[in-house]
Design a protein around this ligand. Structure first.
Ligand code: FAD
Length: 398
């Protein structure tokens, strides 16, 4: 079968190499990553690992022995280019490597905030293990942390830094947190929870600059207000790492375009994870998902395709977020909903479900501390049938 090479050693890459062996790839398998550590779970970086509730040993996706036993070669290198005609990769250190089948699992990188001073010491992004180690060093009790971005990562980071004893302010440019992904009721719920815990949440707050001599001291808002800051964490989304694929002439449209079997526009190259863009019939559009479950799902399909087998990417997207004692589980994508239904009162309770409907069909559900609603909602969304309100209330009441 020759050599299978996987570029990017994280959730998708780790699953592709495991899948290759499971699907019977008997040739060489090489996993190339540029983070100098074995593939690790990224979600705890803003949650249990940042707040000190889980140890470094719990982060590895697979133990080192797994790679040895499965005869998976690990290479610490950055791939600079793909020479498709020769089926060869060129690394930053000048070495090259030939492949018979290639998987691109290059993921994403933190989107940079284009304001003066964002490169000062004490200003951090949160994407990698190296990032979180730096944040942990500056996150001493009593320090003032300013978080830029009220998305899931910003809010999780707020909860974790608060648990470490810091004074925490979240700045969100939009009129509410989680605006891109949830209904106003869910945003209001999270704003209330964070305020009750002691976090200052400021919406409509546009950061214009960060200032300081040797390190960041202040964050300046549009309008001139200045906030003191000992450390700043910026969480304003990611950019997919698609340059390698684009330079090699693969079709890229926001992400590396893949079909239902994770195949790119080159039949010898598959792609999986945050770097991909995939047509989802359920939603009638091409979507680039940023989640561990979808990276795993796409990676399984990618491994099967590399082995000449067929496995279709079909699972419903889902996601989760942990903040304080709250476990949010999200089934489906809510964009385009025309109605919501709440199981109970999010202005009062600490557990509820927000069901999102479009034309009487359930398309998504945000379930806070409601694992059973989550399971039932996934099933209902997948069925794709019309639901009535009584039925949804019943799901929530059962
Ligand atoms: P990535 O994890 O981005 O990995 C890509 C890897 O490829 C990186 O190691 C990168 O350095 C490497 N690479 C890129 N280019 C090259 C190259 N040219 N040569 C060599 N190596 C290269 N998802 C959830 O579902 N639930 C959550 O609760 C959740 N929480 C999160 C919290 C944080 C703080 C972060 C940062 C992400 C979170 N996510 C969560 C998202 C989730 O981590 C991503 O969806 C997942 O990591 C995607 O995996 P991936 O393998 O596609 O890409």
């Amino acid at each position: 079968q020759g050599t299978a090479v996987v570029v990017g050693a994280s959730h998708a890459g780790a699953q592709v190499v495991a899948g290759l062996r499971q699907q019977g790839w008997s040739g060489r398998v090489v996993l190339i990553g540029d983070e100098a550590v074995l593939p690790y779970h990224r979600p705890p970086l803003s949650k249990a690992y940042l707040s000190g509730k889980s140890a470094i040993g719990e982060l590895a996706i697979r133990k080192p022995a797994f790679y040895a036993k499965q005869e998976i070669e690990l290479r610490d290198a950055r791939v600079e280019s793909i020479e498709r005609a020769e089926r060869r990769l060129v690394m930053a250190d000048g070495h090259s490597l030939s492949y018979d089948k290639l998987a691109l699992c290059t993921g994403g990188r933190a989107r940079l905030l284009p304001v003066p001073g964002a490169d000062l010491p004490g200003v951090h992004y949160l994407r990698t293990f190296a990032d979180v180690e730096q944040i942990r060093e500056s996150a001493q009790p009593g320090k003032r942390a300013v978080i830029v971005g009220g998305g899931y990562i910003g809010l999780e980071t707020a909860a974790s830094l608060l648990a470490l004893g810091l004074d925490v302010t979240v700045l969100e440019a939009a009129e509410r947190v989680l605006m891109r992904v949830t209904a106003p009721e869910v945003s209001a719920f999270y704003e209330r929870i964070h305020r009750e815990a002691g976090v200052t949440i400021r919406t409509g707050a546009l950061v214009e600059a960060m200032t300081g001599e040797d390190r960041v001291r202040e964050v300046q808002l549009a309008g001139g207000e200045r906030l003191r800051a000992d450390l700043v964490v910026i969480g304003v989304g990611i950019e997919p790492n698609t340059e390698l694929a684009a330079a090699a002439g693969l079709v890229v449209d926001d992400g590396v375009v893949i079909d239902d079997n994770a195949r790119t526009s080159d039949t010898d190259i598959v792609a999986a994870g945050d770097c991909t863009s995939h047509w989802m019939t359920r939603y009638g559009r091409r979507i680039r998902l940023e989640s561990v479950p979808s990276a795993g799902e796409q990676a399984k399909a990618a491994a099967a395709t590399m082995c000449g087998k067929e496995k279709t990417i079909a699972a419903l997207p889902w996601f989760w977020s942990d903040q304080y004692d709250l476990k949010l589980q999200i089934a489906g994508l809510s964009a385009g909903y025309d109605e919501i239904l709440l199981s109970s009162d999010p202005t009062r309770d600490r557990d509820f479900t927000c069901f999102y409907l479009r034309e009487q069909k359930l398309i998504a559900a945000d379930c806070v501390n409601r694992p059973r609603d989550f399971m039932r909602s996934k099933q209902k969304i997948t069925e794709g049938l019309e639901v009535d309100r009584a039925e949804l209330v019943q799901i929530a009441a059962d």
